[in-house]
Design a protein around this ligand. Structure first.
Ligand code: DX5
Ligand code: ZN
Length: 239
C-alpha cells in the first residue's frame, strides 16, 4: 500500500518544514495538489514551489494537476521534480496526447476521475497509465466529506485491473480518514491520499501508522505489496 499525505493541508507558512515532517513520517509518497482557479474554483501553488522543496525529501512526488490546460505545465513540473503527474479524464480529447507527453518526459502517468464522471470514461486509457485516481470528493478543497457513492467506481477499477491483467495503482483522494481508508481498501484501493486527517493530526507519524493499520485490517493482502515505484537513491521500503 501507499500512504500519501497531501501538502495542501500542511502549514503554508512553512512548506519546507512540512515536507521534511512528511519525509520523516513513514509515509510513502507526498501528494501535491495543483489548482488553476479554472478547472477547480481554487488556486494552490505552482512548479516553483515543487522545485524549491524537491531537495528536502526523497519521497516520491505525486503531482495532481487540477488544471484546464496541463499541456503548458507538464515540463515545468517534470523539471521541478515530479515523479508522477496526474491529469483529469474530464479533459476529453486532450487526454491521450497528455498521457504520451508525460511518458516522453520520463514520468509515471496518473489519470483522475471526478465523482460525477462515469468510470467508463477511463477505460480506453487503462493500458497506458500507472495510476488511476478515483476522486472521492469534488476536487478544489481539502477537508471535505468522503462521497460514498464513489465506492463502486473503486470496485470497478480493481475488477478491470484483474480482468485485464494490468498493474495500475488504484488511488483514492478526498475525505480519506482512518475509517474511509479502510472502506476504500476493502473496495480495492491500494494508494491513499490524505490531507486533513494526516497533516492536522497532533502527530503525523502516528497518524500514518494508524492509517496503515486501518488499511491492513480491511485488506491484509496489501501489507505484502512492496513499493515498486521508488526514487533510485531511496531504499526500497518493506511494507
Ligand atoms: C482535493 C485534493 C485533495 C485534498 C485532500 O481537491 O485533490 O488531494 O488535498 O484533502 P483531504 O484529505 O483533507 O480531503
Ligand atoms: Zn489531490
Amino acid at each position: 500500500m501507499i500512504i500519501a499525505p497531501s501538502l495542501l493541508a500542511s502549514d503554508h507558512t512553512r512548506f519546507g518544514r512540512e515536507v521534511e515532517r512528511a519525509s520523516r513520517s513513514g509515509a510513502d509518497w507526498l501528494h501535491l495538489d495543483i489548482m488553476d482557479g479554472h478547472f477547480v474554483p481554487n488556486i494552490s501553488f505552482g512548479p516553483e514551489v515543487v522545485r524549491a522543496v524537491r531537495p528536502l525529501s526523497k519521497l516520491f512526488f505525486d503531482v495532481h494537476l487540477m488544471c484546464s490546460k496541463p499541456d503548458i505545465l507538464l515540463e515545468p513540473f517534470a523539471k521541478g521534480g515530479a515523479d508522477q503527474i496526474t491529469i483529469h479524464v474530464e479533459l476529453g480529447e486532450a487526454v491521450a496526447p497528455l498521457i504520451w507527453k508525460i511518458k516522453s518526459l520520463g514520468k509515471k502517468v496518473g489519470l483522475a476521475v471526478n465523482p460525477p464522471t462515469p468510470i467508463a470514461t477511463v477505460q480506453p486509457y487503462l493500458a497506458m497509465i500507472d495510476c488511476l485516481l478515483v476522486m472521492t470528493v469534488n476536487p478544489g478543497f481539502g477537508g471535505q466529506s468522503f462521497i460514498y457513492e464513489t465506492l463502486p467506481k473503486i470496485q470497478q477499477a480493481d475488477i478491470w485491473r484483474r480482468e485485464l491483467k494490468l498493474a495500475y495503482r488504484v488511488e483514492v483522494d478526498g475525505g480519506i480518514n482512518h475509517q474511509t481508508a479502510g472502506e476504500c481498501a476493502a473496495a480495492g484501493a491500494d494508494t491513499f491520499v490524505s490531507g486533513t486527517t494526516l497533516f492536522k493530526a497532533p502527530n503525523l507519524r502516528a497518524a500514518v501508522k494508524k492509517m496503515r493499520k486501518a488499511v491492513n485490517e480491511h485488506d491484509p493482502a496489501l501489507a505484502d505489496l512492496a513499493i515498486t515505484e521508488h526514487r533510485p537513491d531511496h531504499p526500497q521500503l518493506a511494507l
